[in-house]
Design a protein around this ligand. Sequence first.
Ligand SMILES: Cc1cc2nc3c(=O)[nH]c(=O)nc-3n(C[C@H](O)[C@H](O)[C@H](O)COP(=O)(O)OP(=O)(O)OC[C@H]3O[C@@H](n4cnc5c(N)ncnc54)[C@H](O)[C@@H]3O)c2cc1C
Length: 801
Amino acid sequence: MKSHYRAVVIGGGVVGASVLYHLAKFGWTDVCLIERSVLTAGSSWHAAGGFHALNADPNIASLQAYTIDLLSEIEQESGQSVGMHMTGGMTLAGTPDRWEWLQSAYRTFQSIGIDDCRLITPQEAGELCPIMSTEGILGGMWADREGYVDTTGTVHAYAGAAKKRGTEVIEHNRVLELHQVADGWQVVTEKGTIHAEHVVNAAGLWAKQVGRMAGVELPVSPLNHHYLISDTIPELEQLDFEVPMTVDLEGFTYMRQDQKGILLGIYEIDHEHWMMDGAPWEYGFELQQEDPDRIERELTLGFERYPALQTTGVKTWVNGAFTFAPDGNPLVGPVRGKPGYWCACGVMAGFLQGGGVGKSLAEWMIHGEPEADVFGMDVARFGDYAQNKRFIKETTGQFYTRRFVMTYPNEQLPAGRPLKKAPAYDGMTAASCRWGASYGLEIPLYFAPSEDFTETPTLKRSNAFDIVADECKAVREAVGLLDISAFSRFEVSGVGAEAWLNRIMASKLPAPGRAKLAPMLSPEGQLKGDLTVFNWGDGIWWIMGSYYLREWHMRWFQDHMGEDVEVRDVTDAITGFSLSGPNSRKVLEKLTDGPIADLPFMGCGTFDIGMLRLKVGRLSVAGELGYELHCTAAEHITLRETLLEAGANLGIREVGFNALLSLRLEKSFGIWSAEFTQGYSAAQTGMDRWIDWDKDFIGRGAALKERDAGGPEQVVVTLEVDATDADASGYEPVWQGETRVGFVTSGGYGHTTGKSLAMAMVDRDAAAEGTDLTVHIVGQERAARVIAPSPYDPSGTAMRG
Ligand SMILES: Cc1cc2nc3c(=O)[nH]c(=O)nc-3n(C[C@H](O)[C@H](O)[C@H](O)COP(=O)(O)OP(=O)(O)OC[C@H]3O[C@@H](n4cnc5c(N)ncnc54)[C@H](O)[C@@H]3O)c2cc1C
């Protein structure tokens, strides 16, 4: 062991070993991995080793696909067998909705280029897995590249390949303390102190403690998990092939062959957390006592699905722990305020996701950014609110229990809620508001006609369709009132504010009393934000964005900070409402004697509104005459009451974000996580029209290069879809004849235009207006055509009037 390394990876499970391997592969070899015990000594040794294709987040599904391809590569490189059994795999559906969902998941896979999947009938499923009863199965999805590996062999293969590339693995050496120093970290270990520029927390079951060593409180918790391995099953002995890895979603089980028996793993409805503050340091290779009573229901279903289990003994029980983040996805990346401290933890399927995690993190550490859009596993998708133990317990428990339970796109889950409520929450709830949650905040979805209205979970248009239609109509014809607590607000001040904003934003800055849309780019030219900058004219600027990106944006701001500038996140202190619709100005005119009528489109200023003194911007995501009114949290209730009262004779109606999503789609206004992501350049999304090419800004070189090379290969277009009972939602494949030419970024119903609409990222050859295409929606192929952007009010008269 040396006294100095460029990077130290803490933890020798599958994830730490993969990070080590990828750092070496991408050029950093002055790296060591430090392991408390021996390699695999956490969750990794007792995992079932299975890997399969499905993941609800397509970006993570892509990284899983990468991991699967990598396994044979590390075997070759290291000379260590990973014990690969590429049996193929099946995911089975046992309800009509699940079957529809699986058919649409199959199409999503096509969108992201995973082409080795196909849909199968129950009969085929039975032939592929003869020991399985097909009772109740409606269909399934087959994937060629599914199976299982030997877990210990795989960890050693990653580590072996990394060692061959020049890195070190130091076992029996616990990291005791971490101290942040000017140029990195002091890593105090049992065998001495190391200085490292970078440390990686890949401590698995101990991630919580290794976080706390650096003052980082990670939203992660271990939960217990059972599988059993059966004795030999005579029917299997007679087969000349291995049965496939099989996931029975309605049965809560996964199954694979294990020698001549089977391994049956269970996602437990009655889940059990284990050592929420992290595993004990002395924890060795022991397991928890199995608890068949707790999992009786799932076991009964499993024994019905694989009847041979009813007459075969159990050879081994495993009840071991592994870690989960609140949404079940890994926690990866740098932590704000802790330069050189990196996370690679909360990985609940390390054999499936470890390769992708290691690759992304190594790219991030070496190049400053991962190649793929990894927001879905970025540790910055959670804020401080997620450090609460009860929140972690409720959300990780919910994820675990629902691992195989179908969640509908319009379903709102209860764990960890309500957590953050805007001050007017009670008043809006009394008005029958139905809430969703984003980054811990309750956000209004729509206002139900009565308290007893219940929205039915569905993959198609829901029974809230007409309610949202009415809200859209109110906005287009009168005026809609929307709580905009779910916008983030950063206050930028100081003599260096303008210079910093000019460098970090690619657009021109607004003049005093004006607001401007501002793309923010990475040095590689990828989008980092679709923000709005306000110049209040008194030396104070605001940056406004999406609430759930607060931590992520703040990390970017701090990593690219300028001189003599202060950026404060004022989101929880400042909240507000927006008014949109032709009558919105009339509402405000009743409440102010200030020159509100003179406020131009994209203008902003401070006005008396009723008894409040507010910052007001004239903007509209809905594409109507509209105003955003910002108040302190203490004024939120008064503002709502004031506006409702003033609008009473002008047709005012409270509306939610479901209506806003439909209205903005009719204007072809993109939104983050759909049309805009860090996976795209500004030119791909049309954001380049806001770029000020005459100034210097982060990402200029890359954006110019793309422009000079003739622009991007794919661009965002608007589609009209011949849909009847379901609309596109995102990641559906778009076809031109038999050729896949792109995918949907977002979709929905345009209630004013009466059209099912979608925005899609398509090849430039297929982007011309009038091009006939098709789109798969909930598994059904629908005709679609490219239409001109902004099917509602293309000239923008309503918005600017
Ligand atoms: C029963 C069961 C079945 C599973 N089946 C599957 C499956 O089929 N497929 C799949 O992909 N995943 C499966 N998993 C999940 C899988 O085991 C985990 O995702 C994976 O092991 C996580 O790896 P890791 O490297 O993050 O953590 P761990 O394996 O927990 O590794 C962390 C390592 O860090 C070391 N460490 C911690 N603190 C320190 C310190 N201070 N100093 C030095 N070293 C330290 C530990 O000793 C440990 O070796 C299963 C898990 C269980 C429990």
